[in-house]
Write a protein that binds this ligand. Structure first.
Ligand SMILES: NC(=O)c1ccc[n+]([C@@H]2O[C@H](COP(=O)([O-])OP(=O)(O)OC[C@H]3O[C@@H](n4cnc5c(N)ncnc54)[C@H](OP(=O)(O)O)[C@@H]3O)[C@@H](O)[C@H]2O)c1
Length: 280
């Protein structure tokens, strides 16, 4: 299959590209920079330069690639600003989906996030509504996710993958990532908020398999959603930090169910963050 990957130079994009090429696919990866192009070409894929906000450039890049499928792994987290990320989810996705439509591509797999459900204790499945009653800044994120998912689902074969918190090489949770720095500095408190994780290799594997999954929404998280009071001490220890401070009250988060993706045959190298953190 010829696969156009927007965000191929990113943490998830590089893992996806490596796996896709190893599986015999041809990848054309989109990036804004020569540095990103070099990262893509290291995986024996072709690189094309385009900015997701430059509509005509994206339409041209996808048309020239003549792909069978488009994979959308664009995020904008460099400034840690939820508004920038919401903008790429809204406008970047609009441009990319229009480019796919113009090139006659039905099959799109897109990166979304799993921490979008209303807070609660019952495990959230894909049929549940987004947390539209959230307050800012979370509301901006929820609206960005809703815009991305709505655009993707305009396509007959649009697949949305709601990933858990990515961890592993290159992520915020790598030993050289910002969360590890915070843990070592004693600035990552153990709260009651429940988080669902997924290792970046397992996320990339899901994206590859999802090229053949039915259209719709899929939670891509590991088997063990956990409260901060459970996972933060394990993570801090894995990256050489002290025992974290326990913080009472606040957000309770939400456990997320991976039953649908598991039933589809998705398998993980790290079914729990416990062994994944130990391997960091
Ligand atoms: N996914 C989330 O929402 C989320 C949430 C919390 C933390 N994180 C952390 O963020 C990282 C996630 O990895 P990731 O692969 O999703 O992100 P990433 O490594 O930051 O990659 C982002 C990708 O999007 C591309 N991109 C961004 N803006 C673009 C634009 N205007 N035009 C074209 N391309 C653009 C980048 O390409 P170029 O820069 O090469 O142009 C790059 O390929 C991990 O470290 C994870 O721990 C993610």
């Amino acid at each position: 299959m010829r696969i156009f990957v927007a965000g191929a130079s990113g943490v998830l994009g590089r893992a996806f590209t490596r796996k896709a090429v190893a599986s015999g696919h041809e990848v054309i990866g989109m990036t804004r920079s020569a540095r990103g192009a070099a990262a893509i070409e290291r995986h024996a894929a072709a690189a094309v330069l385009a900015d997701a906000f430059d509509r005509e450039a994206v339409i041209r890049a996808v048309a020239e690639a003549r792909p069978d499928a488009v994979v959308h792994l664009l995020t904008d987290l460099a400034s840690g600003d939820s508004a920038s990320n919401a903008r790429i989810r809204t406008t970047g996705t609009r441009n990319l989906i229009d480019a796919a439509k113009a090139a006659g591509v039905d099959r799109v797999v897109a990166e979304s996030i799993s921490w979008v459900y209303p807070p609660g204790t019952a495990s959230a499945s894909e049929t549940e509504a987004l947390d539209v009653d959230a307050t800012e800044p979370r509301l901006t994120t929820i609206r960005g996710v809703a815009a991305l998912e709505d655009r993707v689902r305009e396509l007959p074969s649009g697949v949305v993958l709601r990933f858990g918190q990515l961890y592993g090489p290159g992520t915020w949770y790598a030993p050289d990532g910002v969360r590890a720095d915070a843990a070592r500095a004693g600035r990552l408190p153990a709260t009651q908020a429940v988080t669902s994780f997924v290792h970046v290799e397992d996320a990339a594997e899901a994206a590859l398999r999802a090229l053949n999954w039915p259209a719709g929404i899929w939670n891509i998280v590991d088997d063990e959603p956990a409260a901060g009071t459970t996972w933060v001490p394990v993570f801090a220890s894995a990256v050489g930090g002290p025992r974290p401070v326990v913080q009472v009250g606040g957000d309770i988060g939400r456990p997320v169910s991976n039953t649908r993706a598991r039933a589809q045959g998705w398998e993980m190298l790290h079914p729990s963050w416990r062994d994944g953190f130990a391997a960091l």
